[in-house]
Design a protein around this ligand. Structure first.
Ligand SMILES: Cc1ncc(COP(=O)(O)O)c(C=O)c1O
Length: 415
């Protein structure tokens, strides 16, 4: 394998990921689907096994030793997330199952309290369905109007539309993805924060595709809420989080109700727990949160800046090599500095599902489909694309195998 010349030694890091040693059809896995979900390093798997074997118990309830240890291990993850996002307080970190639940929490709790007829909720044409459908449902439930920032021909947001959106009513909330999962586009979040604050609204950032891949600073971004998923940052599935500004979270009613989120319950009524537990009803994903903490430690030790630099180098190499394949169109921004490590493409004469199946038979894992962004597909005029996405363990050899596979697709279909 050719080592990639960046400060991060991806070849060495691959040894941390047991699954990458797996062979399919006699070839090691070329996992190019990290935007979907990331693989897990031994450090995360071991942390979860250790926790289950030595300290597993429910949290916030038991006074016996393993109960105390479990609570400490679980709560120790909150300051790790706080540091990862540069959040002002660990009280502002709420554990959820994933980014989708974090966004729904805001849509239900903040949205249904603060929006009504005459108000506008703004989303964009490039949102993942997780950051689109909750706002459509909110608009339908409250009588607020939903408006969209559309895409331009380059796969970037057309900010020229903001003035017209502002005239549609009182803008209360803008929900926008930091980095698109289907186009790779990196959005001008600070500019959008300034705009929505100027309208008297708040900004929710979908950080599902940025938090795992580069330094994200919620204060520098000017965000009010940020959602992310642990499984995309090398943690286990089932844990993720929401960061929100304390004053907003304090004023919001609970999302789910039940155990854990209460201070006292009488038959005549209930008072709620303080932040963050007010928003964490029921037994949480205890070991998964512990695993997410181990993943944050792992990524932080490597350095999010280094990961970003590595992915930028791999993306530039992949964009170059994809250019060699006749009939192939890369979607999204043409300027590599305007995109992250996600490349969606179409190949004339071959359906994305056929491409993914042919590549998959040789151990090259890419995703084919609409990537939960059907409006983006409509904008591109396609029903689906093939997507290759990169992470800290991606090496040039993975990209070379993708390119070889695409040439094979062309020869199978006689293109
Ligand atoms: C940009 C973006 N937002 C939200 C999500 C939803 O993440 P999850 O399914 O972990 O809730 C994804 C998942 O692919 C995503 O890429």
């Amino acid at each position: 394998m050719t080592p990639v010349r960046t400060p991060l030694d991806a070849v060495r890091l691959r040894a941390d990921f047991p699954i990458l040693a797996r062979e399919i059809a006699g070839r090691p896995l070329a996992y190019l689907d990290s935007a979907n979900t990331a693989q897990k390093p031994r450090q995360v798997l071991d942390a979860m096994t250790r926790f289950y074997e030595a300290s597993y118990a429910n949290v916030h309830r038991a006074v016996y030793q393993i109960g105390v240890e479990a609570t400490e291990a679980f709560e120790a993850v909150r300051p790790k997330v706080q540091a990862l996002l540069n959040a002002p307080s660990e009280r502002e970190i709420i554990f959820t199952r994933n980014a989708t639940e974090a966004i729904n929490l805001v849509a239900y709790s903040y949205g249904r309290t603060n929006l009504g007829p005459g108000d506008v909720v703004v989303a964009t044409e490039m949102e993942h369905h997780s950051n689109l459908v909750p706002w459509q449902a909110l608009a339908a439930a409250t009588g607020a109007e939903i408006r969209y920032i559309h895409l331009d021909a380059n796969g970037e947001l057309d900010l020229g539309e903001l003035a017209e959106i502002a005239r549609a009513g009182q803008v209360k909330l803008l929900a926008v993805v930091d980095q698109s999962n289907s186009l790779g586009t990196v959005n001008p979040i600070r500019e959008l924060a300034d705009w929505v604050h100027g309208q008297g609204g708040v900004l929710l950032v979908d950080g599902a595709q940025s938090v795992p891949h580069r330094p994200v600073d919620v204060q520098a971004l000017g965000a009010d809420f940020l959602a992310f998923s642990g499984h995309k940052l090398c943690g286990p599935s089932g844990a993720g989080g929401l960061w929100g500004r304390r004053e907003l979270l304090e004023a919001m009613p609970p999302f789910l109700t039940g155990g854990e989120m209460i201070r006292s319950v009488r038959l005549t009524g209930t008072t709620y727990n303080e932040l963050p537990w007010k928003f964490e009803a029921g037994t949480p994903a205890i070991a998964e949160v512990v695993g997410m903490g181990a993943a944050i430690d792992y990524l932080s030790a490597i350095g999010l800046d280094e990961i970003h630099t590595h992915e930028a180098a791999i993306s530039a190499y992949a964009l170059d090599r994809l250019g060699e394949v006749p009939g192939l169109t890369v979607h999204g921004p043409t300027d590599p500095s305007r995109r992250g490590g996600v490349i969606s493409f179409s190949l004339d004469g071959a359906h994305p599902h056929d491409i993914a199946e042919i590549l998959g038979a040789d151990g090259v894992c890419v995703r084919a489909g609409h990537h939960c962004t059907q409006p983006v597909m409509a904008h591109l005029g396609v029903v689906a694309t093939t997507r290759a996405s990169f992470y800290l363990y991606t090496v040039r050899d993975d990209v070379d195998r993708l390119i070889d596979g695409l040439h094979r697709v062309r020869s199978i279909f006689r293109l």
